[in-house]
Design a protein around this ligand. Structure first.
Ligand code: GLU
Length: 467
């Protein structure tokens, strides 16, 4: 059975890259009737962040990417210890007692000789007796993997094709640290084997680690899984996607009011394309159509503008009024009037990019507004002209009893034409007067929802501002 996994480290924010990997791992597993698992790689205690694991799980749930949770690596220390000792027994690994100070001096000397810094294998040559003595004396130590000196490791990557790396380029990797925790390299292989992972789909930043892992599979005599190294997500300037240049936190997308289905859909298009070049499709369609052949190797740009466009499109076209109303509830500020949403929703729906826009777009309906005089004067309009526009509007609207957009519009338009006023200037003055903004939902529908009393009041105060 196909089994895929992600193995996030709880070191901080739940990263958008984790969602990206989760999505592709889930899709591939699901397409093949397999299973997608999550384990938590928490062996780097220095970078561990309390609570980060829960945020990762919550983020996957919010994104509606189904997964099977498994374990934390910190719960399995004896398993890794046993595995490392097995490698020592079979001559693939050795104890190293070198102090951090000695390693640092060694590194500096190598650098000054312009050599690639690597462990000089001092401890590889210790006698068995000496090792035993030092272990018994409780000396601090790590366990290192003994890399073959000059061997080409090759694999057929599902995305990159033939990849080869010579072990000459690899250091004698630490497998067990002095704190008793395994390094990533040991734990990842022990766990992927233990979980019977068949396909490792992960970011391209791990390519240089893969030969080490392949060697470990061989040393243990385990079956090697298939590897697919996904392209790295990039900022618009092509650098690795980073929090300085992009929002990389999944919870932050949720808080701003991105829809999980839109974010998912967007992530599908990073490095993969729909066979019919479609932009909008759901997860089921992606699962059906996904193939590694359609993946590109170059790092796709995470374009927040395109994501915004997609989110707006989902809000406009892919949700019922009921769904949208429900989705907006958590975003409404406490002072939002209970009965306002059904009235304004048809007006603002096309203008929502993210759900949290609802407040900014509707605030003027229920809070006091203010603005400087100039805003009422569109382009070259003088305050006197704007005042004349507003007085006319006040007069005409006062006389309308059936307060409906479709009645107001022709009356105001006809009057404006009869006076040969500039239509843009006339309606802009009214728009700003009633809303405090130059961009609003359609003017007359807005006036209808605002109600007669408030509209007349606001026109009156705007006339005062102009006088
Ligand atoms: N813990 C690694 C990470 O945070 C997992 C890498 C892998 O998938 O092997 O990305």
């Amino acid at each position: 059975m196909v089994k895929t996994r992600i193995a996030p480290s709880p070191t901080g924010i739940a990263h958008i890259g984790t969602a990206y990997m989760a999505l592709f791992n889930h899709a591939y597993a699901k397409q093949n009737g397999g299973e997608f698992l999550v384990r938590i790689e928490d062996t780097d205690r220095a970078r561990f962040v309390e609570g980060a694991e829960q945020v990762i799980y919550d983020s996957l749930e919010w994104l509606e990417i189904p997964y099977t949770p498994t374990f934390r690596q910190s719960e399995r220390l004896p398993t890794y210890k046993k595995a490392a000792e097995e490698l020592i027994a079979t001559g693939h690994a050795y104890y190293c007692f070198c102090t951090p100070e000695r390693l640092e001096t060694m590194r500096k000397e190598q650098q000054s000789r312009k050599e690639i810094p690597r462990y000089d294998r001092t401890c590889l040559h210790l006698s068995k007796e000496e090792v035993l003595k030092r272990l018994e004396a409780g000396e601090k130590h790590v366990i290192r993997m003994q890399m073959p000196d000059n061997e080409v490791i090759v694999w057929d990557d599902l995305i990159r094709g033939h990849v080869e790396i010579n072990t000459k380029e690899l250091d004698d990797q630490v497998l067990m640290k002095s704190d008793g925790f395994p390094t990533y390299h040991l734990a990842v292989v022990v766990d992927d084997n233990g979980m019977e992972i068949t396909h490792i789909i992960r970011g391209e930043e791990w390519i240089s680690s893969t030969p080490k892992h392949i060697l470990l599979y061989r040393c243990f005599g385990w079956q090697q899984p298939a590897f697919a190294h996904m392209p790295l997500l990039r900022n618009p300037d092509k650098t690795k996607m980073s929090k300085r240049k992009n929002d990389v936190s999944i919870p932050s997308y949720r808080e701003k009011g991105y829809l999980p289905q839109a974010l998912r859909n967007y992530l599908c298009l990073l490095g993969w394309s729909h066979p019919e070049e479609k932009d909008i499709f759901d997860l089921d369609e992606f699962i059906k159509l996904f193939s590694f052949e359609r993946m590109v190797k170059g790092g796709p740009i995470f374009d927040s503008k395109k994501l915004q466009w997609m989110n707006g499109k989902y809000i406009r076209e892919n949700m019922s009024v009921e769904q949208l109303t429900a989705a907006l509830q958590p975003f409404l500020v406490p002072e939002f009037p209970a009965d306002l949403l059904p009235k304004v929703l048809p007006l603002i729906r096309d203008r929502l990019v993210v759900l949290s826009d609802v407040n900014d777009l509707t605030k003027f309906f229920y809070t006091d507004i203010s603005y400087p005089k100039e805003e009422l004067c569109w382009k070259k309009t003088t305050p006197a002209e704007a005042s004349e526009f507003l007085k006319a509007a006040l007069h005409l609207l006062t006389s309308i009893d059936a307060w409906e957009a479709k009645r107001m519009e022709p009356i105001l338009l006809e009057y404006c034409n009869s006076k040969e006023w500039n239509r843009g200037a006339f309606f802009m003055a009214i728009r700003v007067a009633i809303s405090g903004r130059s961009i609003t939902p359609p003017l007359f529908e807005t006036i209808e929802v605002l109600g007669k009393e408030k509209t007349l009041q606001r026109l009156t105060s705007a006339i005062e501002v102009l006088s």
